[in-house]
Write a protein that binds this ligand. Structure first.
Ligand SMILES: C[S@@+](CC[C@H](N)C(=O)[O-])C[C@H]1O[C@@H](n2cnc3c(N)ncnc32)[C@H](O)[C@@H]1O
Length: 341
């Protein structure tokens, strides 16, 4: 699995910080604004110094989200952000001076946000890439989402899905929120989303979807050009507010075993999407052990969709361990498509 290396040593050395910024750029292919800004930041020692003060990962996600959180319509930089621009959105290649001015004027606040908050993007589109591998069982399924952020993906049975591609279109589920996913790999699909018996999200720092300020952070994490993602995030938050989800604060490495043991009997699905790249190898091994232990008591399916070293796209692995599980697919980072590995 790809883990993000952002050590104190990297942060002390501007060349290493620039390298971390450069490495981030290919991971944002569908945000021309952020890609362009990152390219300029990588060559700007003053901005690199600001980035190096953010000790959470990935620092650019936190910087960009911090800026988006603080930005107001009256700020010059707002002209590059579709959700705030009053007229036509300006071209990304012209944004850097306004971005730099804004960031430096708010440096202390941005550093505080970057050090206190986490990259907790809650992307409901990822549920569309999990569905093909969730068990098709008559019995209600207990669901545990590791790194659940605000728990939005635990409402996956309340969303509708439209899969296209490979000559076979499929619609499943119902609800106002419709998730589109291109099934490039022609994977078999269930007739309907699973029926969930319980929903538990585990997160180091759960986001309360009922709280306006915490939801604003979720919105800030969505890249500016992705207006469709922002719209579906807002719909998903509304769904989530009406669905009982139990959120457990803690490191999954230590709390997963107890959370599972406290569940009533019945099959269990454990999933995680773009979360465990933030966990070290020891924590991942503890999570594997908890899943293996649970499998002695009940049917357990584990599906992970995580960034992996050497691949631009997250991989979907099925098995009691992510690191040693079977690679069944690759996926778009926000769930726009799934394909054969
Ligand atoms: C990038 S967000 C993704 C959220 C969600 N899974 C999604 O795909 O939309 C990663 C989340 O994983 C959580 N996280 C990372 N390591 C964790 C761990 N060891 N235990 C529990 N949560 C963890 C973070 O706090 C964060 O909310």
């Amino acid at each position: 699995m790809a883990t993000f290396d952002w050590s104190a040593r990297d942060r002390d050395d501007l060349e290493s910080t620039a390298a971390v910024v450069q490495e981030w750029i290919p991971h944002a292919p569908d945000s021309p604004l952020y890609q362009g800004l990152a390219l300029r930041i990588a060559q700007d020692d003053v901005m690199l110094r600001l980035v190096s003060r953010i000790d959470n990962v990935p620092p650019l996600n936190l910087l960009f989200a911090g800026v988006k959180l603080l930005l107001r319509p009256a700020d010059a930089l707002a002209a590059w952000y579709p959700h705030l621009a009053s007229g036509a959105v300006r071209e990304p290649q012209d944004a850097y001076p306004a971005f730099r001015d804004f960031a430096l004027a708010h440096e202390e606040e941005l550093v505080r946000i970057g050090c206190e908050r986490r990259t907790q993007t809650n992307e409901v589109g990822r549920t569309a890439v999990l569905l093909p591998w969730l068990p098709r069982t008559e019995a209600g399924l207990h669901a545990i989402d590791i790194g659940a952020s605000a728990g939005l993906n635990l409402c996956l049975d309340r969303f509708a899905y439209r899969y296209s591609g490979s000559g076979r279109d499929a619609h499943l589920g119902s609800g106002e929120l419709v998730l589109e996913c291109e099934n490039r790999g022609g994977f078999g699909l269930p007739a309907a989303p699973p029926r969930l018996a319980s929903r538990t999200g585990i997160d180091l720092d759960p986001i309360d979807a009922t709280d306006a300020q915490q939801s604003a952070w979720l919105e800030a994490l969505v890249w500016p050009e992705h207006e469709d993602r922002l719209a579906r995030l807002r719909k998903a938050i509304a769904v989530r507010r009406a669905v009982p989800v139990r959120m457990v604060a803690g490191d999954a490495a230590t709390v997963l075993a107890d959370v599972e043991r406290a569940l009533p009997p019945g099959p269990l699905a454990v999933w995680h999407t773009v979360a465990l790249y933030q966990a070290d190898a020891g924590a991942r091994a503890d999570i594997d052990a908890a899943v293996e232990d649970a499998a002695r008591r009940r049917d357990v399916t584990r599906v992970g969709c995580e960034p992996v070293d050497g691949s631009l796209h997250p991989e979907i692995h099925v098995g009691s361990s992510f690191d040693f599980g079977e690679t069944v697919a690759i996926a778009h980072a926000h769930g726009r498509w799934i394909d054969r590995p």
